[in-house]
Write a protein that binds this ligand. Structure first.
Ligand code: NAP
Length: 286
């Protein structure tokens, strides 16, 4: 039997509708409009689309959204000054710096400069540490989106075997932490792992966050597993493919996310959720 398709587009739309209701209530009760800002450095076409989509989604749920653009030749000092301005701007509750940054700008130094209380992306080491210790903090949006999609398929994850392929600070590691918090037994695999197929086949929940088109084949998947495909890989034919060979995997998995239409739309919805949470915390609303 073919797997259940975990529809990220529909789930993201319902999250955004819920957010819109909460934002309207916040405006009516406290006269507060949550503010989100995005800093874009350079003219990378994919980044321009992401930033535009984030601002559009934010405005649609009733946020105030600000986009600041710097040229690709901006110095690190100029980027840090823009971050500092967001840190100090009382209208901004959460913001992010769109990655990648041009080579003359050290992304780590920029992320370190973000006020953790306004860190909508959850990339600051303070938030990463809090998530690591399961003490709250802001988890990054893509891992939060993965968890919400997994929960569509399995409400109780206790004791399940989870395998995450990829160990980036922005996706792989935080997804693994969130799965651990839900009492899964978690394995993190990466480019140096041996016999990836055998590791993957153990998984009741398999998260692929690699960036290699269709690396995960159908025979890597345990029958009935929940498969979350984070990968976005544009082929020479212009088509976007995930890290999972979908046509093979859909015949074996119990539930699977499509690419596009799975994790991607969830990332923006969870980013907005993070920003509303930061707004409520910063303004001591709950
Ligand atoms: P990344 O920083 O490049 O990390 C990729 C990870 O995959 C690394 O840990 C790397 O291992 C591992 N890896 C690479 N080749 C491998 C292989 N052949 N076998 C096993 N592991 C391998 O990428 P990322 O930022 O985590 O993103 C991963 C993918 O998700 C990309 O396609 C990205 O575009 C996509 N993404 C999607 C969203 C979304 O909203 N849908 C958001 C973020 C990212 P090492 O550590 O050993 O190098």
């Amino acid at each position: 039997m073919a797997a259940r398709i975990l529809d990220g587009k529909a789930l993201a739309a319902s999250i955004r509708a819920e957010l819109a209701t909460k934002v309207a209530a916040l405006k009516a009760k406290h006269r507060i409009t949550p503010g989100i800002a995005v800093l874009l450095v350079g003219e990378d076409p994919a980044s321009q689309i992401y930033v535009r989509n984030k601002a559009k989604a934010a405005t649609e749920v009733g946020f105030f959204a600000r986009e600041v653009k710097l040229t690709a030749t901006a110095t690190e000092r100029e980027v840090l000054a823009a971050v500092d301005a967001f840190n100090k701007d009382d209208a901004i509750d959460g913001f992010l710096v769109q990655l990648p940054l041009p080579p003359q700008v050290d992304p780590q130094r920029v992320i370190d400069a973000v006020d953790p209380a306004k860190d909508a992306d959850g990339f600051h080491v303070t938030n990463a540490g809090l998530v690591f210790q399961a003490r709250g903090g802001v988890a990054p949006a893509t891992p939060l989106g993965c968890m919400a999609l997994i929960k569509l398929a399995r409400t109780d994850l206790t004791g399940l075997e989870a395998v995450v392929i990829g160990r980036s600070n922005t996706v792989g590691k935080p997804v693994a932490q969130l799965l651990l918090k839900e009492h899964c037994t978690v394995t993190i695999a990466h480019s140096k792992s041996k016999d990836l197929a055998a590791i993957a086949r153990r998984a009741d929940i398999l998260v692929a966050a690699v960036g290699r088109s269709e690396l995960v084949r159908g025979h890597w998947i345990k029958p009935g597993a929940v498969v979350i495909d984070v990968g976005i890989n544009r082929g020479a034919d212009g088509k976007v493919r995930g890290d999972v060979a979908f046509d093979e995997a859909v015949e074996i998995a119990g539930a699977i996310t499509p690419v596009p239409g799975g994790v991607g739309p969830m990332t923006i919805a969870c980013l907005l959720q993070n920003t509303l949470m930061l707004c409520e915390r910063r303004r001591a609303l709950n």
